[in-house]
Design a protein around this ligand. Structure first.
Ligand code: T4K
Length: 370
């Protein structure tokens, strides 16, 4: 049997580099609560992302919840259902109401022409997703947000390192959340970060992520615990040193996929914007059965038979998950529904070899010709 290939594989720093990074923790015994590594990583991330504040959190999901808490939002949030369930869960868990907007069928981000019709007097924010690292139409979103006085919070879980017109995507919107989960382009094992346009929110989110404590014995509100520990921050410091190589290597694999799978009848690739420098976070393909001759799930099965684990990111739509008890309808977002029934992500990670990309493409193309 050929080597098993999964949808992704964590990038790892050299083990000695990590050991050196964590060695001082044995002397200091300061393991969490905004330690030296945590502070250093926040500083280095500000530099890398081109922003003036970065609040590290235990994971991306908690960062999103903390952003909503920090901005003290109430009411309805316009978002898309074509995402990982974390986006919608964060809205609901903060007592807000998600209002689902459709996506465009080119890069699967929010369809900006459909936002305005969803705005009511209860709308407080728009939470678009830079899904797969594809950048949302920020200019159009900002215009709408300004017209109706709404906050813009980007779920940028997939977009670490992505640049638009040479500028980091963390500078867009009122706030952005990045995920530093083990499966992401840049990771801290588990982790995430919140970035705000307004630096004053950095102080507030630090209270939110530490029980609402504004001083050793002062609790001004009921916060939770979303702090990142020193071992995760140390992993982030190591991985950040190698991020450019990691992205470049992913880019080579993505380029090969594009060479092999562009212009194949029945396979749609996500469009690439000329003004965007990608991080190559995911490689989604949309399978149109009528032209391809087989379904998305047929391709998944064929890959699985060959020890290759592709994934249905993102199916089902978050509006259709059982936990919402049928409260929302996938039919309200027909493009998102159609894409989610046809999309799959092919394996993509830093050390995925070109030979293995070819192996995956060969299986797909052989199936088409069967
Ligand atoms: N918003 C969006 C748009 C997101 O996509 C996510 C997370 C979030 C918010 C929330 O951010 P976090 O709170 O997670 O920081 C994975 C990830 O757990 C999740 O972070 C990610 N999105 C989501 C899209 O994918 P699963 O359930 O698919 O992961 P799992 O365990 O099946 O792993 C997938 C593959 O990754 C495995 O086949 C092998 C590889 N892997 C996995 C782990 C756990 C590794 O190489 N190393 C590992 O440690 O959710």
């Amino acid at each position: 049997m050929d080597e098993k290939i999964l949808v992704t594989r964590s990038s790892m720093p050299d083990i000695d580099e990590y050991m050196e990074e964590i060695r001082p923790l044995w002397d200091s015994r300061w393991l969490t609560n905004s330690g030296v590594k945590h502070q250093q990583l926040e500083k280095e991330l500000c530099k890398y992302l081109g922003v003036t504040n970065t609040a590290l959190c235990v994971n991306g999901h908690q960062a999103l919840e903390c952003i909503l808490e920090t901005l003290d939002l109430k009411g309805e949030v316009i978002t898309t259902p074509f995402t990982f369930v974390s986006t919608t869960n964060a809205i609901v868990r903060r007592g807000l109401t998600p209002v689902f907007c459709d996506i465009n069928d080119r890069d699967f981000t929010i369809d900006v022409t459909k936002i305005e019709s969803l705005i009511t007097d209860k709308t407080c924010a728009i939470m678009p997703v830079h899904v797969y690292g594809n950048v949302c139409d920020n200019d159009a979103i900002e215009k709408i947000a300004q017209k109706y006085n709404l906050k813009v919070i980007y779920d940028a879980a997939h977009a670490f390192g992505v640049r638009l017109d040479g500028q980091g995507v963390a500078t867009l919107g009122d706030a952005s959340m990045f995920s530093f989960h083990a499966t992401k382009v840049f990771h801290c094992v588990e982790g995430g970060a919140a970035v705000f346009r307004d630096d004053a929110n950095y102080t507030k989110i630090n209270y939110c992520k530490s029980f609402g404590m504004t001083g050793p014995e002062d609790l001004s509100f009921t916060g939770g615990n979303s702090k990142m520990n020193e071992f995760c921050a140390a992993m982030g410091l190591c991985n950040l040193r190698h991020i450019d190589e990691a992205i470049a290597s992913r880019g080579e694999a993505a380029k090969r996929y594009r060479e092999r799978l562009s212009n194949i009848d029945g396979i749609q690739l996500s469009t690439q914007r000329l003004d965007v420098k990608s991080n190559f976070a995911y490689f989604p393909i949309v399978v149109n059965t009528e032209q391809f001759g087989f379904t998305r799930d047929d391709i998944m099965d064929e890959l699985a038979k060959n020890n290759i684990g592709a994934r249905r990111y993102f199916y089902p739509l978050t509006s259709s998950v059982a936990s919402f008890g049928g409260k929302y309808s996938a039919d309200d977002t027909p493009v998102a529904k159609r894409i989610s029934e046809r999309v799959m992500c092919l394996p993509l990670y830093e050390d995925l070899s070109i030979e293995n990309v070819d192996r995956i493409c060969d299986i797909i193309l052989k199936l088409k010709n069967r």
